[in-house]
Design a protein around this ligand. Structure first.
Ligand SMILES: *[C@@H]1O[C@H](CO)[C@@H](O)[C@H](O)[C@H]1NC(C)=O
Length: 150
């Protein structure tokens, strides 16, 4: 029983790679820690069609009743919106151990997973820019992830 509990507690940290934080343009706030399953260096190798768990630890810069996730993908020299499934766009439903509202200065963990919905593969380099917006449309957290899609 005890062994089982220890294994269960250690396993997630083994599979979650700590991704190097890349600052977003414009001085937008970044997470203080960003873990992506199977990825501890840049670029991440991801399989088209895979669903990739991640954990982003962020410090709220303002009080807000809601948090919304939007992602853009840069590929082949173009920026396009990434289709974030509606269930994932509401970040309040994916905060570890809590929901919203969030108060200024609180540390929260956004734990969710992202489906790799693209119609290309073969090692194409992509950059994802993910932003979490507060209720009035200001960015609370911005992340840049470089990946190759296979
Ligand atoms: C959103 O963030 C901006 C800038 O940090 C702040 O001025 C605003 O009050 C926040 N709005 C809400 C509703 O949280």
């Amino acid at each position: 029983m005890f062994t089982y509990l220890v294994v269960a507690a250690v396993l997630p940290t083994l599979i979650m790679g700590s991704y190097p934080i890349v600052q977003c343009p414009g001085g937008l706030p970044s997470p203080i820690q960003f873990e992506i399953e199977g990825c501890d260096s840049s670029p991440c190798s991801v399989q088209r069609g895979a669903v990739i768990p991640f954990r982003a630890t962020i410090i709220a810069n303002e009080n807000t009743p809601s948090l919304t996730l939007e992602i853009e993908i840069y590929a082949f020299g173009n920026a396009n919106p990434w289709p974030v499934p509606p269930a994932l766009a509401n970040v309040c439903n994916h905060l570890e151990g809590r929901g919203c509202p969030v108060s200024a200065g609180e540390q929260v963990v956004h734990a969710s997973s992202i489906p790799v919905i693209v119609d290309f593969g073969g090692g194409v380099p992509v950059t994802l820019r993910s932003r979490i917006y507060n209720a009035s449309g200001s960015v609370m957290s911005c992340s840049v992830i470089n990946a190759r899609v296979y």
